[in-house]
Design a protein around this ligand. Structure first.
Ligand code: HEM
Length: 192
């Protein structure tokens, strides 16, 4: 049991997080190598856009939109935030000179780490719910309907409820700090 927890959750988590840090270091080194460090200054913008696009999942979940399969949107959420975080990390690497962007960056990293933790907890609740599938199948629900039911069931599982107590408030903190950082850039912009 313990071994399988490490194999199914801990190692994939470390790989996903490690890949993010490695990709940041490589991108940063390449920008330096090709004398393109200035690119990093602008990477904050597409990074934020990708993270905003990733919120289609949340909008779908909260019924603000009705298009898109929840599972696909969640995969998109995970991928877009990964790439967005990469861009913001590279962006942050070159010109942090005040405290505000540091705080925003710390909040983002807690967000990312909690997100990755949640991903594997969600997988775990999925595995627990596999049994439930039998039950739904007996009620002659369609394959697609079962898939959807299981998906939402898994996200309301106990462990997920507890996990959300971290992922959601830290999103709020990240948003506030991110907006404060962006506003301060506009306020002190040197128009030259
Ligand atoms: C900048 C980074 C991130 C932000 C701001 C963020 C924000 C959010 C928000 C607002 C939700 C919506 C939940 C809801 O509406 O109930 C969510 C859900 C979720 N996020 Fe993230 N997230 C980030 C990174 C990640 C990463 C890197 C992963 C995994 C690789 C991840 C995995 C998840 C999962 C699995 C859920 C769904 C769980 C559920 O439905 O309760 N997140 N995230």
């Amino acid at each position: 049991m313990e071994r399988s927890l490490i194999r199914k959750e801990v190692i994939p988590f470390l790989k996903m997080f490690g890949a993010l840090i490695l990709a940041t270091a490589i991108t940063d080194a390449l920008l330096h190598m090709f004398d393109m460090v200035w690119v990093g200054r602008w990477l904050g913008i597409p990074g934020v856009i990708l993270i905003l696009l990733s919120f289609f999942y949340s909008m779908r979940k909260r019924k603000k939109i009705s298009f898109g399969k929840p599972k696909t949107l969640l995969i998109l959420h995970e991928s877009l935030t990964w790439i967005g975080a990469l861009m913001i990390l590279v962006h942050a690497g070159i010109h942090i000179y005040t405290i505000l962007p540091w705080l925003a960056l710390i909040a983002m990293m807690i967000n990312v780490i909690s997100g990755m933790t949640g991903k594997y907890l969600l997988d775990r609740s999925h595995r627990f719910l596999a049994d439930k599938k039998e039950f739904y199948a007996q009620q002659s629900l369609s394959e697609e309907a079962i898939e959807k039911k299981l998906f939402w069931d898994a996200t309301t599982f106990d462990v997920m409820k507890k996990w959300r107590a971290v992922h959601l408030p830290i999103t709020l903190a990240f948003t506030v700090l991110g907006i404060a950082h962006i506003l301060s850039i506009f306020l002190f912009w040197e128009w030259k």
